[in-house]
Design a protein around this ligand. Sequence first.
Ligand code: GRF
Length: 192
Amino acid sequence: MEKLTGLEKIKTVVFISGTGSNLKNLIKFSKIKKSPIIIELVISNTIKAKGLSYAVQNNIEKQIFNFENNNTIENNILKILKKKNIRLICLAGFMKILSKNFIKKFDGKIINIHPSLLPKYKGLHTHKKAINNKDKFGGCSVHYVTSKLDSGKIIAQKKVKITAKDNLTSLAKKVLRQEHKLYPIAIQKIFN
Ligand code: GRF
C-alpha cells in the first residue's frame, strides 16, 4: 500500500449491504486526528441497508447500485471513484462479489473485514462453523481483497475465546466488538 505523505488523508469509500456497525465505527475513527483516512462516499447494493443512515447522519455522500448488472455498474463505480480520487475501498459487510476486472483496477487497495480467523471459515456462517466444530477460539480478520474469496493477504486479526456458554448470538456479538477494534488498527497498519 502506498505510504502517506504529509498531512493528506486517504480518500476512502466504504461498501456495505446491511447494518453498518463497521461503517459507523470507521466513520468515528476517520474523524480522529491520527486517522489516515477520510470517508468520502458510502456505496450499498441495496436501499434497505440500515447502515446508510450513518452516511446521512454524518453528511457523507451515499450511492446505491444494483449490482445485478455487474459489468456496467462496476464500470460506472470505477469512474466515480476515479473522479473522487478514492485510494482505498473498505468492504464492511458488503454481500456482493466484485469482479476480477474491478479488483485488478484497484489492486492492493481493497480491504475487507471477515468474521473468522482466516484462513479458517471463508464465506458465510463462520460462527456456526466454529461452534459446530467446538473451536476454542473464534475471531475476525482484515485482509486484502483478491479475486479468490476471503483469500488475500491478512493484515490483522483478533481472537475471541469461545466458551461452553456461547451460542451463535453471543459469539457474533463478541466477534463484532473485536471487529470494531480491528478495522481501525488494520488501516493504521497499512499506512504506517
Ligand atoms: C461483520 O460481521 C463483517 O465481518 C461481515 O459482515 C458483518 C457486517 O456487520 N463481513 P455490520 O454491517 O458492519 O454491522
